[in-house]
Design a protein around this ligand. Sequence first.
Ligand SMILES: Cc1cc2nc3c(=O)[nH]c(=O)nc-3n(C[C@H](O)[C@H](O)[C@H](O)COP(=O)(O)O)c2cc1C
Length: 164
Amino acid sequence: MPVCIIYHSETGNTRTVAERLAAATGGDLVEVQDLAGYSKIGMYLKGAPRAVRGKKADIKPSVIDVSAYDIVVIGSPVWAGNPTPAVNAAVAALRGIEGKTAFVFCTSRGAPGKALETMQALLVDRGADVRGGVPFTERDMRNAGAVEALADLVRLPVKEKIVQ
Ligand SMILES: Cc1cc2nc3c(=O)[nH]c(=O)nc-3n(C[C@H](O)[C@H](O)[C@H](O)COP(=O)(O)O)c2cc1C
């Protein structure tokens, strides 16, 4: 059951979780870049208000084809309690997501707000079968084992398939 892990990361935390998850599950990684190219202050002055309004960024890659995968995982940094505009755009850019098993995760300082719920709702709108989500804090980054909670969730459908 191939796993595709799609993420956006400006300062590395979400990338760290995505890479650890890929190592734990054998998944493939797709990094989404926001073409706005924010400075540190720009993320707060421009990026956060766009995240609050649910905007979609111009991203690279502009199309993400997941038809070859059984499981799709999407990870976002939390900006002002929301997923980033790059992640909003990534969900819209998915091809072949209908009916796929999906999971979400976010990284934050500890106040994830409605980021996970919003990501789940966006994926449900695209026809995905969303099975759950895990929030990570910056503190969790110091503990490589923290990703196991998400890796276990992702591995569960694989085990179900073996049992069937
Ligand atoms: C513009 C901006 C807004 C943020 N808003 C929140 C927030 O609402 N709650 C929170 O706990 N952390 C917030 N953070 C912290 C980030 O969510 C956290 O550092 C995250 O792990 C960054 O992910 P990255 O390193 O993959 O870019 C914010 C950071 C930025 C840059």
